[in-house]
Design a protein around this ligand. Structure first.
Ligand SMILES: [Zn+2]
Length: 335
């Protein structure tokens, strides 16, 4: 009896050890449904995970979620509420026709197999700078439709044929929400906002120029007090329109990187053991009854047959004892 218990505990330890040694992106990148835990951001935006993630509905009165197959429109309840509010306010007060919502988090946050270094702890969201069409997009269109760049690639100026004052009002609206910690935009967008803000400038402090972000802007909410997340240092004081912006108009940020040292080891991957310990609980918690992937939720909303959740890697997790044996079956009228 003692021997059986010993063997079982050795097996459990081996399972834990093998999972800890796997890249966290493989584990988190293959979870199809959220963790049924009290909502909490854990760790940092670029090294963490999300307990109690909530789905952004594929459609709302003032938004549509894009790229449903990625299944990345999950966030903490405060982020989902932020998007609902921004969508409504932007339509009602800023003349913006509605939000096209890009990636938020995976169902349990964590590192991703492709894309983003951040978007891990439940507090990041990408919002397209393309106005929402006045009809409901099909699933195919949400996969194929391209966002429209609002900035010229070379000189970092907004494209006059694309940019409108409503683009600026949308970003301002997002920055005015007290939950927002930072917004990342292309330098040309920041320059345009600086030039057109007039006397109403305090919100500009949160809007930070960064590489990319020609097609969308990235909203980051603050780590709320009491949660097991790490705060980012606040943006420097001031509107960020002077010298910090000028730097983006020098050669410095665009210098080619030095060639990699052929003898240097590859940069280490984030393993599960490199995330806060609570992320293991996030990975192993059962999903809430009735939870559905983005594609499943979209099909259900149209009354269509519900597609299977991606199960290939989930089966691997199951074999390692990292997922509960019985995944809840999706219900059409689930939450
Ligand atoms: Zn982003």
């Amino acid at each position: 009896m003692l021997r059986v218990a010993l063997i079982l505990s050795l097996v459990a330890a081996a399972v834990t050890a093998s999972a800890q040694e796997r890249p966290a992106k493989e584990l988190f990148g293959s979870t199809a449904l959220p963790a049924d835990l009290p909502p909490e951001p854990i760790g940092f935006y670029s090294r963490g995970c999300m307990a109690g993630g909530v789905q952004l509905a594929p459609d709302g009165p003032h938004w549509q979620a894009m790229r449903l197959s990625r299944n990345r429109q999950w966030g903490l309840p405060t982020l989902i509420d932020f998007i609902h509010k921004l969508a409504k306010d932007a339509v009602e007060q800023d003349g913006w026709p509605g939000l096209l919502v890009g990636d938020l988090q995976q169902p349990r946050g964590g590192p991703m197999l492709t894309g983003h270094a951040s978007h891990q702890s439940g507090l990041d969201a990408d919002i397209w700078l393309t106005p929402m069409p006045d009809r409901r997009l099909t699933e195919r269109e949400r996969e194929d439709m391209s966002a429209i760049a609002v900035v010229e690639p070379g000189p970092h100026e907004v494209k006059r044929s694309v940019w409108t004052p409503a683009h600026g009002r949308l970003i301002r609206r997002a920055a005015l929400d007290p939950r927002v910690e930072r917004i990342f935009v292309a330098p040309g967008i920041k320059k345009e906002l600086c030039a057109t803000a007039g006397d109403d400038r305090s919100w500009l402090r949160k809007v930070r120029p960064y590489y990319g972000h020609n097609y969308h802007f990235h909203v980051r909410l603050s780590c709320p007090p009491g949660a097991r997340c790490r705060k980012q240092s606040p943006p420097p004081p001031g509107d960020g329109c002077g010298e910090p912006l000028q730097w983006w108009y020098t050669a410095e940020p665009y210098k080619p990187a030095p060639p990699p040292d052929p003898d240097a080891p590859p940069p280490p991957e984030i393993m599960l053991s490199g995330l806060p310990a609570a992320c293991r609980d996030v990975l192993t918690a059962p999903a809430p009854a009735g939870a559905m992937t983005m594609r499943q939720a979209f099909a259900a909303s149209l009354g269509k047959p519900i597609p299977e959740a991606p199960a290939r890697v989930a089966a691997e997790l199951l074999a390692e004892g990292l997922l509960p044996a019985r995944l809840p079956r999706p219900r059409p009228n689930g939450r």
